[in-house]
Design a protein around this ligand. Sequence first.
Ligand SMILES: [Cu+2]
Length: 136
Amino acid sequence: MAQAMSRSMLIAAVLAVLSIALAGCGDDDVFRTDRPIVRLTVDEYRIVPQNVVVKPGRLKVAVRNAGRLTHNLAIQIAEGPDGKPVDVPGGRVGTMQPGATGEPIKVTLAPGSYRLVCTIANHDDLGQYGELEVQE
Ligand SMILES: [Cu+2]
């Protein structure tokens, strides 16, 4: 009886590990939603989820800093008028202290590809960026 139970628990544990491993696989790491809100978490040096797909129009973005350093979040067009990345209007959550949640922002996005990035120091170079795809 006890043995059967521990076996089923072991199987459950193995399945849990497998599902976590699968969830971590490259192309599968995309968060898709039809809802006009996205919640992101930032830490050293990531934006989670890193790949987000939303519908065009109004989008509320809420960000929490789960890291040990300060971070911010900008939603950018990869190439602005001068060829450099530029924030979409209203598309920046200011510096968040460790453990803090930023003031949620509301942006209006046309279909296209946008960049998510922390613009503090060299966090971008350290991998703290992501992609926001806006598509019908
Ligand atoms: Cu950062």
